[in-house]
Design a protein around this ligand. Structure first.
Ligand code: ZN
Length: 247
């Protein structure tokens, strides 16, 4: 999508905003007592920061269960992804980008009609890690309004922060009745490396209970469509179920 900056989620190990790191360094210099007030570290997950609301990263089921989530759409490959999911009878979560919702309202209706679950992914995919709560709330509300303008009465179950940079967004989303949705693994499909490589990454990164982050929007996601189409029957034949994230 030439007019839209390519959304590149940060590497999984660099969740904490630099601003927060500087704050922590300042607190360290100020003395050990200040550490008691420092934000809690959340090593190994993308939900760094001050969020008190729980950020869901699993299906909430034991055993061979995985949840597929698709971000940044609706986009040029969303229809193909819906075809694939329908053929395999898999329900997934679509994290919708408000501006793209306005451009593709028909596709939002199709996502809902096919029985998938909606997730608010903000209006413009801005990094809201440093935003005050009021600004986050109005953006999330505008996004839900856009979604419901496209698909009247639609339920928006989840919210996912752009770039996984949560700041206060998890708390605000929870206050608005949406479940903050993180992920356990992504497949790096924002820089498509070829359908074979994506297929292999998906095979390797599906683990028990994992929420997997992929993309149906924000660019050419045809390789992701191919990888999903290949991997679903492989895992289903081995007894895996395709579920929704916990809520
Ligand atoms: Zn995104």
């Amino acid at each position: 999508m030439p007019t839209t900056p390519h959304p590149r989620p940060p590497a999984r190990r660099t969740r904490r905003p630099r601003r927060t790191v500087r704050l922590l360094l300042g607190l360290l210099l100020a003395g050990g007592a200040a550490l008691a007030t420092a934000p809690a570290a959340t090593a190994g997950s993308q939900d760094a920061g001050r969020a008190a609301a729980t950020i869901v990263t699993s299906t909430g089921r034991v055993g061979n269960s995985v949840a597929f989530t698709f971000d940044d759409g609706p986009g040029q490959n969303t229809g193909q992804m819906l075809d694939v999911l329908r053929r395999h009878n898999v329900k997934a979560v679509f994290c919708l980008w408000g501006d793209h919702v306005r451009q593709n309202p028909d596709m939002v209706r199709r996502i809902v009609a096919d029985g998938h679950v909606l997730c608010n992914h903000s209006m413009t995919h801005a990094d809201m890690g440093g935003w005050p709560a009021d600004r986050i709330r109005s953006d999330l509300q505008a996004t839900n309004d856009a979604i419901r303008s496209a698909a009247p009465g639609a339920t928006v179950t989840y919210f996912r922060a752009p770039y996984g940079n949560w700041g206060q967004a998890a708390d605000v989303a929870a206050q608005m009745g949406m479940v903050p949705l993180g992920w356990r693994a992504d497949i790096g499909d924002w820089q498509p490396p070829g359908a074979d490589a994506l297929t292999q990454r998906l095979r390797e990164r599906i683990t028990q209970g994992a929420v997997i982050l992929m993309h149906d929007g924000g660019g050419d996601r045809s390789q992701t469509v191919t990888a999903v189409d290949r991997v679903i029957p492989e895992f289903r034949n081995r007894g895996w179920s395709f579920d929704l994230p916990a809520r």
